[in-house]
Design a protein around this ligand. Structure first.
Ligand SMILES: [Zn+2]
Length: 138
């Protein structure tokens, strides 16, 4: 069964298209967390950023960058959050890779909050942790 983004890509469900080429589609997020909130996705189905081939990932991220630049230049945004949720535990709700481009405005209007709280690292061995992650990349 097709997910909602595959249906949008195939034209089965209407969307408000910001950008489209052979490989990438960008649409306005229906929630508009902030004004201009855009979703950028590959037209080919991948579940998340983690399983997306690098050539496609590069295309998606370059479009996300251009949309962020455009939003800063014409919407009065003072910053942009560009993020991808990978997996349900990370808040991904549609299992078709997509990147959120969320313009940010002075005064914080809109419903987006991002909080990265610190935790006690005294019982973590950070050099060992760093080595484990680095080794797993090889
Ligand atoms: Zn899909």
């Amino acid at each position: 069964m097709k997910d909602i983004f595959c249906k949008i890509i195939d034209g089965d469900i209407p969307s408000t298209r910001v950008y489209e080429d052979d490989d990438v589609l960008a649409i306005l997020d229906i929630s508009q967390t902030t004004r201009g909130h855009t979703l950028v996705m590959p037209k080919k189905h991948y579940e998340s950023l983690l399983d997306c081939p690098k050539e496609t990932l590069t295309k998606v991220m370059l479009i996300a960058q251009r949309i962020g630049q455009a939003e800063v230049s014409i919407l009065g945004a003072k910053g942009v959050n560009i993020l991808a949720n990978c997996g349900e535990a990370a808040g991904q709700t549609v299992m078709h890779f997509h990147v959120h481009v969320i313009p940010r405005y002075i005064g914080g209007e809109g419903g987006f909050r991002l909080e990265m709280a610190s935790q006690d690292t005294s019982k973590m061995n950070l050099p060992v942790l760093a080595k484990e992650i680095g080794d797993a990349m090889k």
